[in-house]
Design a binder for this molecule. Structure first.
Ligand code: AMP
Length: 276
């Protein structure tokens, strides 16, 4: 395993990276699954660790984002990953072109999480576009935990004509159903238990859907569910799985975001259509 803390050294090495796994560090089993999938599907794998300040809409959220570089490197070593890239902001900016904001697909980026985190997805498109130019991978491996991010990056690839294939991986959860997330480290044990209500609500969504409840009825039930919870719902909605636009007869996805105290949690569940 080779660790590049200098972007110049990475670029000078002229590596041919097959699979790229972007992360913001504080690695858990959700991230490690991405590395495993990358390793199974690619000749070599490069994991980046970079906390992109511009995509944080709340400065306090950025400041409190857990940073555990030594532990991350150790975990990655155990996976047998080939390369770790830990670049500096200035070097990334000096070695790539930014994403042209005029091209932002606002119908997607200002919706769902983007509606509540203004500028978040434009910043994600910018950093991923820069990484794609620098690393030039054949494959990028992404987690379905951030489902809207996958759809946004798919759009980025189309808009900028990157020759990169997306491999997406299912959400890894703990025993209570709580989706693993770096932000879970900011929750007390008691709050972690409460946070698992998010997944419980998504299981309820699946069950209601199986019973042929309409999206509107399901949304009402979920609002009732969270009216009795300490979690403050930011949004819950059911959308088309591929486009994230309003639902139709295709496969669907239920997406949710909420706050437990100051910690923002997101989750989703894919609902296969039985109407097709
Ligand atoms: P992050 O470090 O939070 O930016 O996440 C880096 C990548 O890991 C993204 O593609 C995430 O979707 C993915 N990821 C984070 N948590 C999970 C999880 N619990 N299950 C699957 N993928 C995840």
């Amino acid at each position: 395993m080779k660790i590049f803390s200098s972007l110049d050294e990475f670029i000078d090495s002229k590596l041919h990276i097959d699979a790229f796994v972007p992360t913001m560090g504080n690695l858990h089993n959700g991230h490690l699954q991405l590395v495993e999938v990358a390793k199974k599907n690619a000749k070599n794998t490069c994991v980046s660790i970079y906390v992109n300040e511009s995509q944080f809409t709340d400065k306090k959220d950025f400041d409190s984002y857990p940073k555990t570089l030594d532990a991350d490197i150790k975990r990655l070593k155990d996976t047998g990953v080939d390369y770790i890239l830990i670049p500096e902001k200035r070097d990334i900016e000096n070695n790539s072109e930014g994403f042209d904001p005029v091209l932002e697909p606002k119908i997607l980026t200002n919706d769902l999480c983007g509606k509540y985190r203004k500028g978040h997805f434009l910043a994600v498109m910018d950093i991923v576009h820069r990484f794609f130019q620098i690393i030039k991978p054949n494959i990028v491996v992404l987690g379905e935990k951030d489902y809207q991010q996958i759809v946004v990056i798919k759009e980025l690839i189309k808009i900028c004509n990157h020759k990169i294939r997306i491999l997406s991986c299912p959400i890894i959860r703990d025993d209570s159903g709580l989706a693993l997330s770096s932000r879970n480290n900011l929750l007390s044990e008691a709050h972690k238990e409460i946070a698992s209500e998010i997944y419980k609500s998504l299981v309820l969504v699946s069950r209601l859907y199986e019973q042929d409840s309409s999206p509107r009825t399901i949304e009402e039930e979920i609002n009732i569910f969270f009216s009795k919870s300490l979690i403050e719902l930011e949004y819950f909605t059911i959308r088309d799985l591929k486009t994230l636009q309003q639902p139709n007869d295709n496969d669907l996805i239920a997406l949710i975001a909420g706050y437990l105290g100051t910690v923002r949690l997101i989750d989703n569940i894919i609902i296969k259509s039985h109407l097709k």
